[in-house]
Design a protein around this ligand. Structure first.
Ligand code: B12
Length: 222
């Protein structure tokens, strides 16, 4: 059974957070997330509380029980508190000559919460991550990678169409002699289909923010 200091993952207040988000109770959302973070680790709160709650809300929307406006507001309320839960990145989280140059973007779509959380967690873990933003096209990214000398590119995609565009991205990087760049992917389509990352030519994928840290740490050591 996964154990997170004094609280097990099963004890995290999933229903409480979901109810607070759906009733737009900003103070209760903040209180619940910060209380959970105080008795477990910030990354666990994200991976085992916040992401599953947003997923449940998304399923409620698919089932026609929750409106898109409620999904939107839930995302916004989480965004308001997420940096506080994760804490400020350590002063040591600066560019280190020993670290490869890392960047993160959202390809094509506008679901920005995963990028924000993963890049903050990487910064907390001591990596500097250049933010290439949301709704980027394949050609934008190829240009940024070349201009900025990126060595590890993290791509977050939440829509299937965008996940498939990673295939075009890896092909274009190879055509431009940038195939030494390691492409790491994550987001809902890769969670639904565990073979998709290989099919689109990525070097690795991560299920969660903690897996993103593991993958990047292994690449930085290699
Ligand atoms: C919240 C949400 C929204 C919010 C976005 C708020 C925001 N600021 O981001 C709003 C309401 C705006 C929205 C809009 C839409 N959405 Co929406 N949305 C969601 C929902 C419910 C949760 C996404 C989320 O924020 N999760 C929380 C974050 C933290 O989780 P995450 O992004 O998955 O990130 C975690 C991991 O995946 C991983 N990770 C993420 N990226 C990366 C990258 C790397 C490199 C690594 C290693 C790891 C990693 O680490 C993170 C932390 O653990 C999902 C459902 C789902 N299952 O994901 C649908 C979902 C993504 N949306 C969907 C759709 C269809 C839409 C809309 C088209 C709806 C519409 N009709 O307008 C629009 C499109 C907007 C656009 N053009 O981008 C679909 C996509 C389906 C598909 N096949 O493409 C989903 C899957 C819902 C569904 N099941 O139908 N959405």
């Amino acid at each position: 059974m996964p154990q997170v200091e004094s609280q097990t993952v099963e004890e995290l207040p999933v229903e409480e957070l979901k109810a607070s988000l759906l009733s737009l109770d900003r103070l209760a959302v903040r209180r619940t997330m910060l209380a959970a973070a105080a008795s477990s680790t910030p990354v666990t709160v994200i991976d085992s509380l916040v992401v599953p709650v947003l997923e449940r809300i998304g399923q409620g929307w698919q089932a026609g029980e929750i409106s898109l406006a409620e999904v939107y507001m839930a995302g916004r309320l989480v965004e308001e508190t997420v940096d506080e839960v994760l804490g400020a990145p350590a002063a040591s989280a600066r560019a280190s000559a020993a670290h490869p140059k890392i960047a993160m973007c959202v390809l094509e779509d506008s679901h920005g919460l995963g990028k924000r959380i993963v890049s903050t967690c990487l910064r907390v873990a001591g990596f500097e991550v250049l933010d290439l933003g949301l709704r980027r096209t394949v050609e934008d990214i190829v240009e940024e990678v070349r201009a900025k000398g990126i060595e590890i590119l993290l791509v977050s995609t939440l829509m299937l169409r965008a996940a498939l565009a990673v295939g075009t991205l890896t092909r274009r990087l190879a055509e431009e002699d940038l195939d030494h760049v390691k492409v790491v992917v994550g987001g809902a389509p890769f969670r639904y289909d565990p073979n998709l990352w290989r099919e689109v030519g990525a070097h690795a994928w991560g299920y969660s923010a903690s897996e993103a840290i593991e993958v990047v740490s292994a690449m930085a050591r290699a």
